[in-house]
Ligand binder design. Structure first.
Ligand code: HEM
Ligand SMILES: N/C(=N/c1cccc(CO[C@@H]2CCNC2)c1)c1cccs1
Length: 358
């Protein structure tokens, strides 16, 4: 009841409900909890809770737009086919022809620690990774090797290319995991081209438009929603400075450096930094050329500053995790680097799944 009343007080305050309304709501919730051991949020309370969870996400640089999160209340969807259908609608809505809109789909809450619906994907759209155990070589995304093998064990078969989009894998209570191939029409991708360096374009890189995190747990008012996939748009460095650049991911920096004719024999030529810069320039250029929303890390940092000012104006503490908020490229060139942040984790919020109950 403590978590419930804390959340409902927050809801009443920010939505300007009367003391009378709050008293009534708290009494009803107390009764529901007494009778059934659980209570149900209204769709309006659920939507507010999801938006505040985003506002409280200490690692997120994109929080300025927390109020505009579109919420799909899917608490009545309990079959794998129903989940797939709902997520196809989510992806279409979010993609919006490239003018990406932030959204979240919230499936049924956990009951007695059990999730009625489990989504096994880390992100709804992600590339497969095929590892040859004899040579150690990987085709595709090394981060996906484990999940790719899981999908193959379920009967899924990819085309063995570096950009095979993995299926949705959903598990519902009492059934084995089911997999579903996404329709082509809702998996928008962007070919990565450099505005002036054809050698980089020739590398044939591409990335998907919409990041949808599908393995985090949403907690609101003491209720846990283990399946609550949410999407925003990408910050360019996520694709250009991590996913395509990390040695443990697509490891493209040596190839980009070669395409630029750089001297890679010594660190002091800063060939890696020059390759990073041109790769990130290509990523931002390609998303913009294809009309797919993406934010550069300087603009994103300014937007976070704006978020901080608005929060202060509303008398709310800004919480943040510095090491995550700074971008992985030129961090000290953004204002975030030169500030300290209170890393307190407020609720509602998003969490990594609890380890399997021991
Ligand atoms: C709208 C555009 C958005 C942008 C540009 C953005 C940007 C980012 C970035 C760059 C990170 C760090 C990711 C990493 O380093 O791997 C992050 C983390 C995070 N974001 Fe956002 N975000 C956006 C929207 C959202 C939305 C809509 C939600 C939820 C409703 C959200 C919740 C989070 C959470 C929970 C984390 C931490 C993830 C973790 O701990 O692994 N973000 N965001
Ligand atoms: N731009 C984004 N970036 C991310 C947001 C949250 C998490 C992640 C990926 O996190 C992985 C785990 C730690 N780093 C990679 C990326 C968004 C995804 C969904 C909504 S916005």
């Amino acid at each position: 009841m403590a978590e419930a009343s804390k959340f409902l007080r927050l809801f009443a305050k920010e939505q300007q409900h009367t003391e009378h309304w709050l008293g009534q709501r708290l009494a009803n919730v107390a009764e529901e909890l007494d009778e059934t051991g659980a209570y149900r949020l209204t769709t309006e309370e659920l939507a507010f809770g999801a938006r505040v969870a985003w506002r409280n996400a200490t690692r997120c640089i994109g929080r300025l737009y927390w109020k505009s999160l579109h919420v799909f209340d899917r608490r009545e969807t309990t079959t794998a086919e129903g989940v797939f259908e709902a997520l196809c609608e989510h992806l279409s809505f979010a993609t919006n022809g490239g003018n990406i809109r932030s959204a979240i789909s919230i499936f049924p809450e956990a009951r007695r620690g059990k999730a009625p619906v489990t989504i096994h994907n880390h992100q709804l759209i992600r590339y497969a990774g095929y590892k040859d155990d004899a040579t150690g070589l990987v085709i595709g995304d090394p981060a996906s090797v484990g999940f790719t093998r899981f999908c193959e064990a379920l009967g899924w078969k990819g085309n063995g290319t570096a950009h095979d989009i993995l299926p949705l894998v959903v598990e519902t209570a009492g059934h084995p995991p089911a997999w579903f191939e996404w329709p082509e029409a809702i998996t928008l991708e962007v070919p990565i081209e450099h505005p002036t360096e054809p050698g980089i374009t020739a590398l044939g890189m591409k990335w998907y438009a919409v990041p949808v995190i599908s393995d985090m747990r949403l907690e609101i008012g003491g209720i846990s929603y283990p399946a609550a996939p949410f999407n925003g748009w990408y910050m360019g460095t996520e694709v250009g400075a991590r996913n395509l650049a990390d040695a443990g991911r697509y490891d493209m920096l040596p190839k980009v450096a070669a395409a630029l004719g750089l001297d890679t024999a010594h660190h002091f030529t800063l060939w890696k930094d020059r390759a990073l810069l041109e790769l990130n320039t290509a990523v931002l250029h390609s998303f913009r050329e294809n009309g797919v929303k993406m934010v550069d890390h300087h603009t994103a940092a300014e937007q976070h500053e704006h978020f901080e000012r608005i929060e202060c104006r509303h008398g709310r503490k800004v919480t943040g995790e510095w090491a995550w908020l700074i971008p992985p490229m030129s961090p000290a060139a953004t204002s975030i680097f030169h500030k300290e942040y209170d890393a307190t984790v407020l609720k509602p919020n998003f969490f990594y799944p609890e380890k399997e109950a021991r």
